[in-house]
Ligand binder design. Sequence first.
Ligand SMILES: NC(=O)c1ccc[n+]([C@@H]2O[C@H](COP(=O)([O-])OP(=O)(O)OC[C@H]3O[C@@H](n4cnc5c(N)ncnc54)[C@H](OP(=O)(O)O)[C@@H]3O)[C@@H](O)[C@H]2O)c1
Length: 235
Amino acid sequence: MLVTGASSGIGAAVARAAADAGATVGLLARRADRLEALAAEVGGHAAAADVTDATAVTDAVDRLARDLGGLDAVVAAAGTMHVGAVGETDPARWREVFEVNVGGLLATAHAALPHLDAGSSFVTISSMSGRRIPTAAGGVYAASKFAAHAVDETLRREVGPRGVRVTTVAPGFVATELLAADEPGRPDVVSFRERMQALGLTPEHVAAAVVHVLGLPPEVCVVEYALVSTAQQHG
Ligand SMILES: NC(=O)c1ccc[n+]([C@@H]2O[C@H](COP(=O)([O-])OP(=O)(O)OC[C@H]3O[C@@H](n4cnc5c(N)ncnc54)[C@H](OP(=O)(O)O)[C@@H]3O)[C@@H](O)[C@H]2O)c1
């Protein structure tokens, strides 16, 4: 099984939960030191790559598939977030969000799909922000996650006929490092991060959902799995 974004948060929790359930995991993200530590912990394999570099992703996925003896599941969790209204945001940040959340997802699918046979799974960690626009400040991120839902819908048409299952997991807030790089001192970023921490699910909640989806019989495909904390369900 391959997990992108495995160096922290949801991806790392998915890797741990899948390993606990008996999978051998291949771990992909940029921070090699974190991947190596997690690989040693769970008995998996690590390959550092930036998902915005499609050639590097293909090399890393091919290497991990070789190390693992093939792939039976992929969980695409690499992602980034930006908080800020369109009118106030540096366009370089929009590009980064789209390059990672959309381009990175496409690069992962492009590299991994040739390794997946009937009964295997491709799971994308999208977001509740890919189902509705929560706030103006989250709009660029939400647009990238709407695109992630569209990519998955496309993949279902592309690989569904040969029995590969494609699932979109859409969590609400999750307490992770997701906003750590987004201008940490800005008051709106600070208050958004505080809401994520206070109202968020844990990465382990999302990992349990992913392991549940992967454990279903091969004739069952969960199209979308949306989950929020009880505290966030009305917000
Ligand atoms: N936290 C939430 O509230 C929430 C809610 C809904 C959905 N999500 C989604 O869940 C996914 C995981 O996010 P998280 O909350 O677990 O945040 P996180 O702890 O910051 O994890 C993000 C992961 O993505 C990797 N990543 C980022 N840019 C990358 C790049 N260019 N190339 C390769 N890997 C890259 C990071 O690793 P490196 O920095 O080592 O590369 C890290 O492993 C994201 O797609 C996010 O949009 C999060």
